[in-house]
Design a protein around this ligand. Structure first.
Ligand SMILES: [Fe+2]
Length: 406
């Protein structure tokens, strides 16, 4: 039986089924297998793991462990209540703004320009120049303008990832997510701007981590993992000598890897020292990281990633903010593949915060005939709509690439 236990309950002889820390590159530790020694347990603890899954059929049992089913039930019940709640967090009238399709062109230009801007900063730093704070400010303003029109156009683009551009896309995506999250929480415009800028720059220190460590497909040695973690300190050093950045923008780089139980890095900050901005950044960073394909893991669907955030909110992430984040993106976020009644499959292109089960989707697949259909945009909230969401689907299991339909 798969059971969830705390790190303090882990003993030599137990079989680890999952370290439950997908935001940590798995290449630095194998995720499953029998734990042979106490030293290995200490290494797992050093990774920031506070809870994990064991398989009691393959190793020593833990009678106090919760069965994985009950963890799934917790996720399902939280999700159910969030999906029927009339979400009012930053809900906007759809009729009062451009559609995703209308905003698409502008969003594409802004997304691509934001990636180029991060690329230029990387080049500048490599050649000894500083960060161009004006360029960061202008990019943040451009992205916010498109988010204000219809944030779903940029969100769709954030799921169309290009191989080998992880750092650029992750930087832009975390900026976007922070902007969407802060807007939904009705934060002040100046703060929203500073948070988006912080998201754009949060991982900038990674350019000083040797490429062979950053892109190593195999297991990282402990000293390599230490070097990887130093990207936060490198980022702080770069931003400290950059004029024109706000304290909030700089702090996103400093605290996005800190965790509420003190297991984060680089300072192992306790919860009381982690600001709301740091807590929001951690959620956005983890969400984008686990939904991306990397050399060491296959990205999970956005709906599954939100369920994982619920689990991680037990120790690592701020629970109230995680639930707000889910209300903000909706339980069926952009990029989720869903099964509709009548044997159809569709991808969410515009969530519905007020009625989460009634988003706008692009229907493109027949699950009965297992073939692609002519894509069609359908608003499940419209009165004459005959479809309803039955389930979420795994695009990889169906062998479907959803990117062309975003
Ligand atoms: Fe990071």
């Amino acid at each position: 039986m798969i059971k969830k236990i705390s790190i303090d309950q882990l003993l030599p002889g137990m079989y680890v089924a999952d370290l439950n820390n997908q935001w940590v590159p798995s290449k630095n530790a194998s995720r499953s297998g029998v734990v042979k020694t106490q030293a290995i347990i200490e290494k797992i603890r050093a990774l920031g793991v506070t809870e994990l899954f064991i398989d009691s059929d393959k190793g020593v049992d833990c009678t106090d462990g919760k069965s994985a089913d009950s963890v799934k039930q917790l996720q399902a019940s939280q999700f159910n209540s969030l999906s029927v709640q009339s979400g009012t967090l930053g809900a906007v009238q759809r009729s009062s703004r451009p559609t995703v399709t209308q905003e698409r062109d502008r969003a594409e230009k802004r997304y691509s320009a934001a990636k180029d801007m991060i690329g230029s900063i990387i080049e500048d730093i490599k050649t000894g120049k500083g960060v161009n704070a004006d360029a960061v400010d202008n990019t943040a303003s451009d992205l916010i303008e498109s988010l204000n029109a219809n944030e779903n156009a940029l969100t769709c683009l954030s799921f169309i990832r290009t191989k080998d551009e992880y750092l650029l896309e992750h930087s832009v995506n975390v900026g976007l997510l922070l902007g969407i999250f802060a807007k939904a929480r009705r934060m002040d415009d100046t703060i929203i701007h500073q948070l988006v800028a912080g998201g754009l720059l949060h991982d900038i220190g990674k350019i000083l981590v040797p490429t062979e460590i950053l892109n190593k497909p195999g297991k990282l040695e402990p000293e390599e993992w230490d070097e990887m973690k130093r990207h936060v300190t490198y980022g702080e050093q770069i931003l400290d000598v950059t004029a024109g950045l706000s304290d909030i923008t700089r702090s996103i780089c400093s605290i996005h890897h800190e965790r509420l139980d003190g297991s984060g890095y680089p300072r192992n900050l306790p919860a009381k020292k982690i600001t709301i901005y740091g807590r929001m950044a951690a959620i956005c960073d983890v969400f984008d990281a686990v939904t991306a394909d990397r050399v060491y893991h296959i990205g999970m669907g956005p709906n599954d990633a939100l369920k994982k955030l619920i689990e991680w909110s037990i120790f690592h992430l701020d629970k109230d903010l995680v639930y707000d984040f889910i209300r903000c993106l909706s339980v069926y976020p952009v990029g989720t593949l869903v099964e509709l009644s009548g044997g159809r499959a569709a991808v969410i292109i515009e969530p519905n915060r007020r009625q989460p089960k009634l988003p706008v989707v692009r229907l493109f697949y027949s699950t009965k005939q297992q073939r692609l259909l002519t894509p069609e945009i359908i608003d499940l909230a419209s009165k004459d709509c005959a479809y309803e969401i039955i389930n979420t689907l795994d695009s990889r299991q169906l062998g479907i690439d959803i990117r062309p339909f975003l």
